[in-house]
Design a protein around this ligand. Structure first.
Ligand SMILES: Nc1ncnc2c1ncn2[C@@H]1O[C@H](COP(=O)(O)OP(=O)(O)OP(=O)(O)O)[C@@H](O)[C@H]1O
Length: 834
């Protein structure tokens, strides 16, 4: 690179400073021998930087450095411009610019040149580059953010804001989404939380984001060719084109797709400018359109596999993004960029409104507008009465929503909420949306209050001193002696040195009391509650009972999670006092099988009805005291004959959500509107009791815990053939023929997916239950000798069954791997028809 070798200027001090910068750049090359942005140059890399500058300008006081700053800026700009003019950002030589900025930032921090100089140059650099180049400059800014903003921020913040806003204006929110995000994050991280510089105080909407759509009458002949072979496309088209909404008034609500298309897309106009709803006619129209849209989405919802056809360009882009490949849009290849702008072609419309992700986008927009409308209602306006300094631009004083419209907005919000929750992982999705929206409400309120400072002022020194002395006065107060009362005066006796030390060492002083001691205390407290003769006595006794229960539960939680886990309800904690050892003994009377070497949890997965539960029960019987099934939590009702805590624990959705919030759930899935989940504490308590937890999961859930790197061994159970699977499913009287066919279809898919390269370490065919159990045992013990009880050893039949059942890789000679070796994964064979 023709780097400036020499620096000339008519003013000697500018020239000298320019020479110094060149010298420093030269030194930087020796210090940093890479062309990367990292590592940054630091002040310790340059010796005597300050004296070298002061020899040029003298040691001026801070308020006399204006001239010095102008001269340093002049020299720095000249060198910077020369470098920018002659160096491509993609060239390794561009490191000189990063070095120059680093050097100037050190000088700025030492108040040797203007604090904002680096950002002025960065602003120019951003102006001179394409989007790709700007992304690289942002790499630099992000890597130096803390350092660049640590000192003199107030002198820099305007130029930071200006250059970021200018960059955002240049970027397309649609094409450069992630880069826009980076710029915003940079701003948020640089500016203090309560900074108002970038707050949209006037409540202006981003109306430039117009969604264009085809508003012309439809000409079917010109319709675009949509991939008719794709299943999603076919399903969408098979359904009648009119939106026949379910319910009594289905006929009245019917509207054909072509009429619905402009109604639907016109909603975007309101979403981008909700103030239009102040016009009553617009509001009326919006209410109708949104109601139709929500009903149409419900009518077109296919809960499984409702995604855009994989062959479409959009879905390819989407899957590319999902797989985490290098983001092409930042590399400037816009043809490959993921474009979040809506695709508004008429031909895609029916597919789109059946697509869950698309629905969620639109419904979240609708929720935002519902919150906006509700904020205009009378009761919400009343809440603003206490605000002293109102920001009139966002309060909309003259617009109050009528009671009827408010009720409509509330009902619509509830309808959308229910609809979102119904979808796959809907509860999780909705909670995320809800928390974002509720946080946003706080910011809106802050804006309405004209952004009062967020930081509390420091406590005045006098208040601190007076509070401190007040506390000391209280602490020094001696207990009042009531004359004549029987006060314990034993403290007046001199301590006995012999007993004093023993008393001091008494474990009671520092050890938690034994859990058992609370059994009696709780029983007594319960008795007192029952015997209470009036409300006052009862309240007092209940308080004692609650306190004792709370203490007992805390002790159980810290001493034995297994005991703690037995408590289903805080009102009945007796199970906690049962000795787990006795418990287990009751359960596992008789000889115990030894534990396998690998005691990680065992995940048994496979199609519905294949016999997972039966096989697990068999395993538990065959190897007593070794395994325990982890009951899965479910929000569905307990069916007749089901034992709570055996295969399922029946809880409410709210309970599962609260466990999720506490990170106590390792997997969950929604099936037929019910949530199923596995609790981490259940697994911990089984492990605590020295057993191997067995999880009975669908392949989807098994995959999800595998994705979380949960340490487990994964086994897939396959049926011998379709007819047998159907027969087994028919054993469940609650399943309809349609449901059975759906299960079989799903099983076929699951079998395909469970093949080689899947998460499953072994596939076991469940033809004869004992054989399948023998194979499972062989897998779990991996060929270990299982001794300890007549039928615990693997007999010859079992070993033979094992080798027939388990899908093991054949070795080169065609021999099957022996039962002594752990099986390898092999693709399960496709199901034969019986
Ligand atoms: N090897 C087998 N031979 C014959 N019947 C079996 C066998 N294994 C299980 N069954 C029967 O198949 C039916 C389904 O078994 P099971 O409930 O254990 O399956 P599952 O995989 O746990 O089902 P789901 O996942 O739907 O709860 C039951 O009636 C069971 O008795």
């Amino acid at each position: 690179m023709p780097a400036p070798q020499d620096f000339r200027h008519e003013l000697p001090q500018v020239e000298e400073f320019g020479q110094l910068l060149l010298q420093l750049l030269h030194e930087a090359e020796a210090i940093k021998d890479t062309s990367d942005i990292e590592p940054p140059l630091t002040s310790s890399d340059f010796e005597d930087l300050k004296p070298r500058v002061t020899t040029i300008f003298g040691n001026l006081p801070l308020n006399k450095r204006v001239r010095q700053y102008a001269m340093t800026e002049g020299a720095a700009r000249a060198i910077f411009n020369q470098l920018v003019k002659t160096t491509e950002i993609s060239s390794p030589d561009f490191v000189k610019i990063w070095n120059l900025l680093d050097i100037l930032s050190i000088l700025c921090d030492n108040e040797l040149c203007d604090a904002a100089l680096v950002f002025w140059l960065v602003e120019e650099l951003l102006d001179s580059q394409t989007t790709d180049g700007c992304a690289k400059i942002f790499d630099f800014l992000e890597s130096r953010r803390e350092r660049l903003t640590a000192k003199h921020f107030k002198l820099k913040h305007l130029v930071i804001l200006r250059s970021c806003n200018e960059l955002l204006r240049r970027l397309s929110r649609a094409q450069d989404t992630s880069f826009c995000g980076r710029v915003f994050i940079f701003l948020f991280q640089s500016f203090p939380l309560g900074d108002k510089s970038s707050v949209n105080l006037r409540g202006e909407y981003h109306v430039e984001n117009v969604t264009t759509y085809d508003n012309e009458a439809v000409n079917t002949a010109e319709k675009m060719d949509v991939d008719e072979t794709s299943s999603a496309s076919a399903t969408a088209r098979e359904r009648a084109t009119p939106i026949a909404t379910k319910g009594r008034d289905a006929k009245d609500d019917t509207i054909d797709m072509d009429t619905f298309y402009p109604i639907f897309w016109a909603l975007q106009d309101i979403f981008s400018q909700p103030k239009k709803l102040f016009d009553p006619d617009v509001l009326e129209q919006f209410k109708k359109s949104l109601s139709i849209a929500v009903k149409a989405m419900k009518a077109h919802t296919v809960r499984k596999g409702n995604i855009l056809p994989k062959s479409s360009d959009e879905s390819k882009q989407f899957s590319k993004k999902k797989s985490g490949e290098k983001e092409e849009d930042e590399k400037g290849d816009l043809s490959n960029a993921f474009n979040p702008k809506y695709l508004t072609s008429r031909d895609l419309f029916e597919l789109e409104i059946s697509d869950i992700s698309f629905q969620r986008h639109v419904l979240v927009q609708a929720l935002i507008v519902m919150d906006f409308l509700i904020s205009l209602s009378g009761p919400e306006k009343e809440k603003l009465a206490g605000i002293t300094k109102k920001n009139q631009s966002v309060i909309y004083q003259d617009h109050t929503l009528s009671r009827e419209d408010t009720q409509w907005a509330l009902d619509m919000r509830r309808t959308i909420q229910e609809f979102l929750i119904e979808g796959p992982e809907g509860a999780f999705f909705y909670r995320m949306v809800e928390s974002i929206l509720s946080r946003d409400k706080n910011w809106v309120r802050w804006k309405m209050e004209s952004c009062p400072p967020i930081e509390l002022p420091p406590l005045p020194a006098e208040s601190f001193v007076s509070s401190k002395s007040a506390i000391q006065r209280i602490a020094n107060k001696r207990p009042k002696i009531s004359h004549g009362a029987s006060m314990d005066l034993s403290f007046l006796q001199p301590p006995d040195p012999k007993t004093m030390w023993d008393k001091y060492k008494d474990p009671k002083r520092y050890k938690l009391p034994d859990l058992k001691t609370y059994e009696k205390k709780i029983a007594n407290a319960k008795f007192d509650v029952e015997m209470a003769t009036n409300d006052e006595e009862r309240a007092e006794a209940e308080e004692v009972l609650a306190a004792q229960t709370w203490r007992a539960m805390r002790i159980a939680a810290s001493q034995s999670i297994a005991k703690f886990d037995k408590v289903e309800d805080y009102r009945s904690v007796d199970a906690m006092f049962k000795d787990p050892v006795e418990d287990e003994e009751e359960e596992d009377a008789g000889p115990k099988a030894p534990l396998p070497k690998d005691t990680r949890s065992l995940v048994i997965s496979g199609p519905s009805g294949v016999g997972k539960t039966s096989l697990i029960n068999e395993l538990l019987k065959k190897y007593p005291g070794v395994f325990k099934l982890v009951p899965r939590l479910t929000s569905r009702k307990q069916a007749d004959g089901e034992v709570r805590g055996a295969v399922y624990d029946f809880v409410s959705k709210a309970d599962i959500n609260s466990l999720m919030d506490r990170d106590q759930i390792i997997e969950f899935e929604d099936i037929d509107e019910h949530t199923y989940a596995t609790s981490r504490t259940k697994i911990d308590s089984i492990e605590d009791s020295g057993k191997v937890p067995v999880l009975r999961l669908s392949p989807v859930s098994a995959q999800s815990i595998k994705d979380w790197d949960y340490p487990a061994r994964f086994v897939f159970i396959s049926p011998p053939n379709v007819d047998e699977l159907q027969n087994r499913l028919r054993n469940d009287p609650s399943l309809t023929d349609d449901k059975i066919s759906a299960c079989v279809k799903e099983a076929e898919e699951q079998l395909k997916d469970a093949g080689e390269g899947s998460l499953f370490e072994a596939t076991i065919m469940n033809d004869k239950l004992e054989d399948a159990c023998a194979s499972l045992g062989a897998f779990v013990y991996g060929g270990e000798e299982v001794q300890g009880g007549g039928d615990l050893e693997m007999d010859d039949d079992a070993a033979a069954a094992d080798s027939n059942n388990m899908k093991e890789e054949e070795d080169e000679n065609g021999d099957q791997a022996s039962a002594e070796t752990a099986p390898d994964t092999k693709a399960p064979e496709p199901m034969e028809t019986g």
